[in-house]
Design a binder for this molecule. Structure first.
Ligand code: C5P
Length: 326
């Protein structure tokens, strides 16, 4: 096998939203069975990996000693990103360890993450970084593992990691790791409202279990019409069908989200929904210019920290620098 020296490999990896997120019962393994439709949006983190003994500082480094294996944040690190754990619990690091175990190597690498995806926002930022790490390391180590092999490791690392590799629009079942591509040739336009705080994914799932035990919580409808709406490219049809079983739990833990959701629609979006386990809310708009207008109005409404205009679907994790095969 070739050694892991060489220039850093950089991967760009997208955020996800769930157009449909139906949550089943709590399983004995602590997870819930899901039926979900993921879509990748053009909000990207960048993940670079480099062999630890060749690592040099690549910009503002916020953590770890010189040259050692580990995780660091690159670029402007805002207060939110500063909350990302840079120890062995970091999902990107866990991905490196899992891939190392799979192929019998030490994860002797430094992982640099440039964050644009909100932290603990329900857009799978941590999972994106894990997916980016897997693809970057497979490239750095010149592994002959194939897309399928990488997807298997991804599924072990976290429920949303496989989708971040996959990208596009996909139907997810199981924990969300079993993926089938969904026909989607059309672009949808979104406004993303970010909050100044996160919500813990396990806590939101737990809150849904609690709400369901206490009363009859309404469940979202079937997934088939959502798939049809995605295939048709009709934003108006899709808007009527956006649904998330976790929304009730996220709103119960963070009641201000109700105001955010109302404000997006009042600003001209077709519909809004909490993304994943929240607190990020996403708003579907008829077209790009409308999304820009909605974003501007929402930004001034005092119901979120900041807004982004985005579109999807976009491809999954992609090597953008340092691929020796190119
Ligand atoms: O797989 P991931 O690390 O993203 O999951 C984080 C937590 O979210 C799990 O430990 C579990 O509490 C909850 N979860 C769940 N059912 C899923 C996915 C996540 O209950 N399908």
């Amino acid at each position: 096998m070739l050694s892991a020296v060489g220039p850093p490999v950089t991967v760009r990896v997208p955020a996800k939203v769930n157009l449909h997120l139906a949550v089943g019962e709590l399983r004995p393994d602590g997870f819930h069975d899901l039926v979900t439709v993921f879509q990748a949006l053009n909000l990207f983190d960048e993940v670079s990996v480099v062999a630890a003994h060749t690592a040099q500082s690549r910009g503002p480094v916020t953590h770890i000693g010189p040259g050692g294996p580990g995780v660091e944040l690159l670029g402007d690190v805002d207060a939110e990103a500063a909350g990302v754990p840079l120890d062995a619990t970091n999902l990107a690091w866990r991905a490196a360890v899992a891939l190392g175990e799979e192929v019998g190597r030490e994860p002797d690498v430094r992982i640099g993450i440039r964050k644009a995806i909100p932290v603990a926002g329900g857009m799978a930022g941590g999972s994106a970084d894990a997916a980016g790490t897997l693809l970057a390391l497979a490239t750095l180590w010149r592994l002959d593992i194939g897309r399928e092999g990488l997807m298997e490791v991804a599924a072990r690392v976290g429920s949303d990691v496989a989708f971040a590799l996959h990208g596009g629009t996909a139907l997810g079942t199981g924990r969300g790791e079993n993926l089938v591509p969904v026909l989607s040739r059309h672009t949808f336009h979104w406004v993303v409202a970010l909050q100044d705080h996160g919500l813990s994914t396990p806590a939101v799932f737990g809150e849904l279990d609690r709400l369901r035990a206490a009363s009859d919580v309404k469940r979202i409808g079937d997934v088939e019409p959502v798939l049809e709406a995605v295939a048709s490219g009709e934003a108006r049809s899709l808007a009527l069908l956006l649904g998330n079983d976790l929304q009730a739990a996220a709103v119960s833990m963070d009641p201000g989200l109700r105001r955010t959701l109302r404000a997006g629609v009042a600003a001209g979006a077709l519909a809004g929904v909490v993304s994943g386990s929240g607190p990020t809310c996403i708003f579907l708009c008829t077209d790009g210019p409308t999304a820009v207008r909605v974003a501007a109005e929402l930004a001034g409404a005092g119901v979120c920290r900041t807004v982004r205009v985005a579109h999807g679907p976009v491809p999954g994790a992609k090597v953008i620098d340092g691929d020796p095969a190119r």
